[in-house]
Design a protein around this ligand. Structure first.
Ligand code: OOB
Length: 542
């Protein structure tokens, strides 16, 4: 066997042996798996995109022909390929073609722009860039020019749609020829980290670990061949890709429906037309659909599971969703780095609305630690560290950073603050670094946000620090209003918080009311953008 991808940290041999012996890792590559799906599910519909319906057998052929075409361009095992596609069938074809070759897709999101893409191209040393023509009025071929100029390793730009000066993906075809399957312990994909500080990092996920990730997630969600999964979130994100998402649905012979835009019209329209049974959303999208539901009379009754994750779902919204949308909720606390927590379908309501789930795998190891590294008792807040059969052992080509976020035993420091309940469920209490330092007092953003959200006039709240000459930082509460509500005055809000027993030093200094929160590439509230866009003088005066 040839050398593994340089810059990838494998699991130590004793762990790999254990994960194999216990059946978590099955030694099958994603390519081999996808061929098996075609044999098992044949004429069943794997992918729906608009009017196009692709069977498992046809998908297999398309992937095979595309793989041959890519191989013809000289793309092969361990070559990194930057992929930036919206939710279209071609994403599936290219993804399966690349993993069959043992080439490694670098899964960027459609909202990424020059800064992220040139960084990711250089970091990965990508040899090719697979992109779209025009999406939502944005010309990705222009972006491709910039990527080409900045990353000399990129030899090919392949475009789904009108290629402009580049190569049309539709022409990247060849006669399928038998090749060697990549080893299951090798890197299958590089996921982009969702971290909110600094440049994005790349997370190597192996065939073994990612296949397990999708298979075990499908089991927890009770997915079967009758399920129809609607991909609303950008499909290159871990959540819709493999939790259980696209890959989990394929593993059981279900159907994946590509959602071109997560607007209420489009989502409700597709739910009714395709009889969607499962979908996954981030909280801001779930809120939007819940707010809009009363104005839409399409049939939503086919949905049996709405997964919500990516950011904290507040308990009120978690309770409102089944009532307003008629969809049962599952909370998912996951990360591209690996660890996934799910509320279970059989969990009592208080855990489904009040926790972010418990670890997916019996082999997930969880530590909740105080800043000094000692474990905190159940019920108390600490930082979450984890290790397990689908949690990475190192960011790609990031030795210096890895030394700071892994301990000697291979536990990964997630940066998330959690409380563990006696049932093993975790409640996310914020990010370790998401505190505002106001004159030496640490204000936990998540804690204040939770209090703010109990105010009847407020729909969303994001607490950020703003620079201040005397105090160092001021506490700003950026909020959106609930339907038909008027903004409280800062003074009234403080009285409300005092009434709730919240210490004065935790109270906001500024109240900023906005119509719409800025969102990250996957649709979470983007605090970094809030900080850069808000000048301290813009706040409502005290
Ligand atoms: C998912 O993955 P990423 O990599 O975009 O972001 C991970 C981070 C977590 O470390 C945590 O800080 C936050 O997003 N997060 C949540 C959460 N789910 C993720 N915070 C509070 N409550 C939740 N339910 O976001 C992701 C990956 C796979 C499945 C689901 C989400």
């Amino acid at each position: 066997m040839s050398a593994p991808l340089e810059g990838f940290t494998p699991w130590p041999a004793e762990f790999a042996e254990r994960y194999r012996a216990q059946g978590f890792w099955r030694g099958e590559s994603l390519g081999a798996l996808s061929r098996r799906w075609a044999r098992r599910f044949g004429e069943a519909i794997a992918v729906v995109e608009g009017e196009r319906r692709i069977s498992y057998r046809d998908l297999d052929r398309l992937a095979e022909v595309r793989a041959a075409g890519l191989a013809g361009l000289g793309i092969g095992a361990r070559d990194r390929v930057l992929v930036q596609l919206p939710n279209v069938a071609e994403f599936v074809v290219v993804f399966l073609a690349l993993v069959r070759l043992g080439a490694v897709p670098v899964l960027t999101l459609p909202a990424h722009r020059r800064s992220e893409l040139t960084h990711l191209a250089a970091l990965s040393g990508a040899v090719a860039f697979v992109t779209a023509d025009v999406v939502d009025g944005f010309d990705h071929r222009e972006l491709a020019r910039e990527v080409l100029a900045a990353a000399p390793s990129v030899r090919h730009v392949l475009v789904a749609g009108e290629p402009g000066p580049f190569t049309a993906l539709a022409d990247v075809v060849g006669d399928p020829a038998p090749g060697e399957d990549p080893a299951a312990g090798e890197v299958a994909v590089l996921l982009v980290s969702g971290g909110t500080t600094g440049k994005p990092k790349l997370i190597p996920r192996t065939h073994d670990d990612y296949a397990y990730n999708a298979r075990a997630s499908a089991r927890v969600c009770g997915l079967g061949a009758e399920d129809v999964y609607l991909a609303c979130l950008p499909i290159a994100h871990n959540f819709p890709l493999a939790c259980p998402g696209m890959l989990g649905t394929f593993g059981v012979g279900g159907t994946v429906v590509m959602c071109p835009a997560p607007s209420p019209e489009v989502v409700f329209g597709l739910v009714a037309r395709e009889r969607v049974t499962v979908t996954a959303l981030v909280p801001p999208l779930a809120r939007m659909l819940a707010d809009e539901a009363p104005w839409h009379d399409t049939d939503r009754s086919s949905v049996r599971l709405l997964q919500v994750g990516g950011a904290k779902l507040d308990a009120d919204l978690a309770r409102a969703i089944p009532r307003v949308l008629g969809w049962p909720v599952q909370q998912v606390f996951g990360m591209a780095e690996g660890l996934l927590n799910y509320t279970r379908l059989t969990d009592p309501d208080d855990l489904v609305t009040g926790s972010q789930g418990r670890p997916l795998s019996a082999a997930d190891e969880i530590r909740v630690l105080a800043p000094d590294g000692t474990p905190v008792p159940d019920g108390e807040i600490g930082e979450l560290w984890t290790r397990g059969p689908y949690t990475h052992r190192g960011y790609y080509r990031a030795a210096a950073h890895n030394a700071t976020v892994f301990d000697a035993d291979g536990f990964f420091r997630t940066g998330d603050l959690v409380r563990r309940l006696p049932t093993g469920h975790l409640v996310v209490e914020g990010r370790a670094k998401d505190v505002v330092n106001r004159g030496g007092e640490n204000v936990s953003a998540a804690e204040l946000e939770e209090h703010l959200l109990t105010h009847p006039a407020l729909a969303q709240a994001a607490v950020i620090g703003l620079p201040d000459e005397t105090l160092g930082e001021l506490v700003a509460a950026v909020v959106t209003l609930a339907p038909d509500q008027r903004a409280p005055k800062l003074k009234q809000l403080k009285a409300f918080l005092l009434d709730r027993g919240l210490a004065r030093f935790m109270h906001p200094d500024r109240l900023i009311v906005t119509d719409r929160m800025p969102l990250t590439a996957v649709g979470k509230i983007d605090k970094r953008a809030l900080v850069t866009s808000h000048d301290p003088r813009e706040g409502t005066p005290r």
